[in-house]
Design a protein. Structure first.
Length: 164
């Protein structure tokens, strides 16, 4: 089983939409339920230049995606990037998240001059927290009532990895 990680192409919209429509992907990201094919088609057709997106494929099927995004326009924070990631529900615990995280960390630190990578993760998402810690991310704080999910507010950890 070889996982291929590559840059997102405009024609990947259906595979990414399918991943993001999964119950766990919706519950563990800030995406809204029922993502449309058209929304993803438009998003991939006109990517923002400083934002980098990757997909993970297994046997030619998109099974996960990750993005690396500048945290904002301030020149004083150009060294900081945020990460977003999701793995298709049917492909958890198969190395997809590790493959995506290895690729996104390499891209950020070795090609985009990132010295600070940031992400948020819901406090009860133990699998994701363990993955991020495996890649050197540390919990920096708890964001209380961070997001609405299934009619309730949930907490999130702010995590970061520093390249020294």
């Amino acid at each position: 089983m070889t996982i291929l990680v590559r840059a997102v192409e405009p024609d990947d919209y259906e595979g990414i939409r399918e991943t993001m429509a999964q119950p766990l992907a919706q519950a563990n990201t800030l995406q809204l339920p029922m993502p449309s094919v058209e929304m993803w088609r438009k998003r991939l057709a006109d990517p923002q230049p400083d934002h980098k997106s990757l997909v993970a494929l297994l046997d030619g099927k998109i099974v996960g995606n990750a993005g690396l995004h500048p945290v904002g326009p301030s020149m004083r924070r150009r060294h900081c990037f945020s990460i977003g990631m999701a793995v298709h529900d049917a492909y958890h615990r198969r190395g997809v998240g590790s493959a995506l995280m290895a690729a996104i960390v390499d891209l950020g630190e070795n090609w985009m001059q990132a010295t600070r990578l940031e992400l948020t993760v819901y406090t009860e998402n133990e699998g994701a927290i363990a993955l991020y810690k495996k890649f050197g991310f540390e919990i920096e704080g708890t964001l209380r009532r961070y997001a609405m999910r299934n009619g309730e507010y949930v907490d999130s950890y702010s995590m970061a990895r520093l390249k020294i």
